[in-house]
Design a protein around this ligand. Structure first.
Ligand code: F6P
Length: 426
């Protein structure tokens, strides 16, 4: 006897910092779920939307998302606008206090009132951990879709938003090249990425940077590093006759004392300037023209989270959204949707979360750049300065490596356990 299929009611929310592609995920989920006859409820401002339901600020019916449900005027009516709009139409949240028992009780109650069969949460590693904990408490049927320009969600080679951010940052490097060249300046460009260097390394290579400083290879701006960098710049000016330089620094690199510095590009620009003058005073021919070196800093900031999603991000967003709906249809809950070896897959959140929780406790990045990975090797092969550290001096803990390589292959035909971001992309 065939089991009668019930039309499902699912919720979707976006959590953590926004990035391009969030709306494209929402659009894919709504389209596919609607085709199945399901109802999709968009929860505003991440889990805060559940609280608003409890406090009567939102009515359930207001949250129902319709396919092409956003009214666009005139001849553009019916435009599938979510596919390419950046930001999140649902709004997002980077803070909140779900550890407060009253807050988490309200969230759980709001979820119950909506009567959801499952929830799709789009988030980075921080927000996913929070929602995972809530889901455990409330026995939610959860599926998580990874997004972040930092590309630091463990067990997925790509997160939605990263590709667009790389393009934006690459374009910025291209633009800055000509002003740097015109004034023979050292241009220091600060990129986001929190404590990961993926965005800086990828766009640095694509944008033709001379030096790329990432926390995995150059955790802090110590004197030894500045010495090597200035000598590298001096050599470049003399031997390659390139009088300008483009230096990328990831925001996760710490200052001389190992402290976080929101203006680390400015700090570095100043250090290069001061140290170059010192080198010049040594009387060495190599450093002769370092006296008049001019440095400037540019912080790309939140522009890296802006712009219409690239085609890759739109496709990733779409594939991830459809995968999440399929997982719910198959009643395979508690999963993280992932991108591996050019394919969409999913991982059991119970196997993903120990790494994320451990990294958060230790204040470490769950998916750092692999210091021996092909992107690092590519940069070194081009002669790009990455700090001049030997492999054994690089910053990557064995425990991270073990976790990053320990996959759950229960849901894949690919027996390769190597899920590390860099090595698995080749
Ligand atoms: O995690 C994404 C990210 O853009 C990081 O790269 C950056 O450090 C952080 O968010 C900035 O957060 P906020 O929007 O709160 O300033």
């Amino acid at each position: 006897m065939s089991k009668e299929k019930k039309n499902k009611r699912i919720g979707i929310l976006t959590s953590g910092g926004d990035c391009p592609g969030l709306n494209a995920i929402i659009r894919a989920v709504v389209k596919y779920a609607t085709l199945k006859g399901w109802e999709v409820y968009g929860i505003p401002r991440s889990t805060d939307g559940f609280i608003d339901i409890v406090h009567g600020k939102l009515q359930t019916e207001e949250l129902k998302l319709k396919e092409n449900g956003y009214d666009i005027p005139g001849v553009l009516q019916g435009l599938d606008v979510l596919h390419f709009l950046s930001g999140s139409v649902l709004g997002s949240l980077n803070k909140g206090n779900p550890n407060d028992p009253q807050v988490s009780q309200d969230i759980l109650e709001g979820y119950q009132r909506l009567g959801l069969d499952a929830l799709i949460a789009i988030g980075g590693d921080g927000s996913s951990e929070i929602i995972y904990n809530l889901a455990k408490k409330g026995k939610w049927n959860l599926v998580v879709i990874p997004k972040t320009i930092d590309n630091d969600v463990a067990f997925t080679e790509r997160s939605v938003g990263f590709d667009t951010a790389c393009n934006t940052a690459t374009q910025a490097l291209y633009d800055l090249t000509f002003t740097a060249a015109s004034h023979e300046r050292v241009m220091v460009v600060q990129m986001m990425g929190r404590d990961a260097g993926h965005l800086a390394l990828h766009s640095g290579i694509a944008g033709g940077a001379d030096a790329i400083l990432v926390p995995e290879l150059t955790p802090k701006l110590d004197e030894q590093l500045i010495d090597k960098l200035c000598k590298y710049i001096a050599k470049m000016r003399l031997s390659r006759r390139r009088k300008f330089a483009l230096i990328v620094i990831a925001e996760g690199v710490k200052d001389l004392h190992g402290q976080k510095d929101n203006y680390i590009a400015e700090t570095l620009a100043k250090l290069i300037n001061e140290y170059s003058h010192k080198l010049c005073q040594k009387g060495d021919r190599l450093f002769a023209d370092m006296d008049n070196i001019d440095t400037r800093a540019a912080i790309l900031g939140h522009l890296q989270r802006c712009g219409a999603p690239t085609s890759f991000d739109r496709i990733l967003a779409t594939v991830f959204g459809i995968k999440a709906v399929s997982l719910i249809e198959q009643e395979r809950f508690n999963r993280l949707v992932v991108w591996q070896n050019g394919n969409v897959d999913s991982k059991n959140l119970d196997q993903v979360m120990p790494l994320i929780k451990w990294c958060h406790q230790e204040d470490m990045c769950p998916a750092p750049l692999d210091p021996d990975g092909f992107m690092v090797r590519t940069a070194l092969s081009l002669g790009i300065f990455l700090g001049g550290l030997e492999p054994h001096q690089r910053h990557f803990s064995d425990q991270q490596r073990t976790y990053s390589n320990a996959g759950d292959n229960s849901n894949t035909n690919n027996p390769s356990p190597n899920l590390h971001q860099e090595s698995s992309v080749v």
